[in-house]
Design a protein around this ligand. Structure first.
Ligand code: MF3
Ligand code: CO
Length: 236
């Protein structure tokens, strides 16, 4: 899983140095797919439940699961890129939100705030804690900053399948859910909105957008629970 995680992290590093205004989301998806394949990984999202691309690329009010296409990335966009890999039958899954050129102060605050939410959740990914401690920590970090937490989508266990038990909500009580044990691996993935937490699905059946049209950000890591604390696997 460490190898599957590493290639995803390297791929997202590549995205960070490559993404720029004027590219289409399809061009970026192609670079991501080529990167994974040339580094010995299978793109995990491609054909997953009929998903047509290797990455999810979600811009501004798009929360997650944006399908790459002919849309052009513009200066000032907040672009969330979610990438999954399979290496030797194990999965890695990670997402980051990128600011393209100069973005508004509120978009930048949302981006940095969402990264903090993920870190707050990771800090609670310790054996003996309840799963809900992760959820509650993410929610508190978001709401303390004046942001809202998407409810309709959650993180997940991950291993030999992309989505395993348990679900990992980004909200809830610290008493909720199972006790965490060493050896569990979780994809923790806060989706945080500037306005309302309510979301809608677009007619393409995939793209999730905010109900009020305000921006959203998404950060995700694949995190192993070990005897020595959280071990983030999606690092380069
Ligand atoms: N990282 C997302 C998730 O954890 C992406 C999966 S959507 C896919 O659910 F269908 F494109 F694979
Ligand atoms: Co995921």
């Amino acid at each position: 899983m460490r190898r599957a995680g590493r290639v995803v992290a390297q791929c997202l590093d590549m995205v960070g140095t490559t993404i720029e205004a004027g590219m289409t989301t399809k061009q970026l998806d192609r670079l991501i797919e080529d990167f994974l394949l040339s580094h010995g990984a299978i793109p995990a999202f491609k054909d997953y439940q009929g998903y047509p691309a290797s990455a999810c690329i979600s811009i501004n009010d798009e929360v997650v699961h944006g399908i790459p296409g002919n849309r052009v990335i513009r200066e000032g966009d907040l672009v969330s890129v979610d990438v999954g890999s399979i290496v030797d039958e194990y999965y890695g899954d990670s997402a980051r939100t990128y600011a393209v050129g100069q973005v508004s102060r509120e978009k930048l605050a949302l981006l940095e705030g969402t990264r903090k939410c993920l870190q707050a959740g990771i800090d609670k990914a310790r054996k003996g804690n309840k799963l809900g401690e992760i959820s509650a920590a993410v929610q508190k970090a978001a709401e303390d900053q004046g942001f809202s937490v998407v409810r309709q989508l959650v993180g997940h266990g991950i291993g030999r399948q992309m989505h395993e038990e348990p679900q990992v909500p980004n909200f809830g009580s610290p008493d909720d859910g199972p006790v965490l044990k060493a050896g569990m691996v979780l994809a923790i993935e806060p989706m945080i909105n500037l306005g309302t937490y309510d979301v809608r699905t677009m007619p393409d059946g995939w793209t999730i957008v905010t109900a009020d049209g305000m921006p959203s950000a998404h950060f995700e890591h694949t995190v192993a629970i070990t005897d020595d604390g959280p071990d983030v696997l999606t690092v380069a």
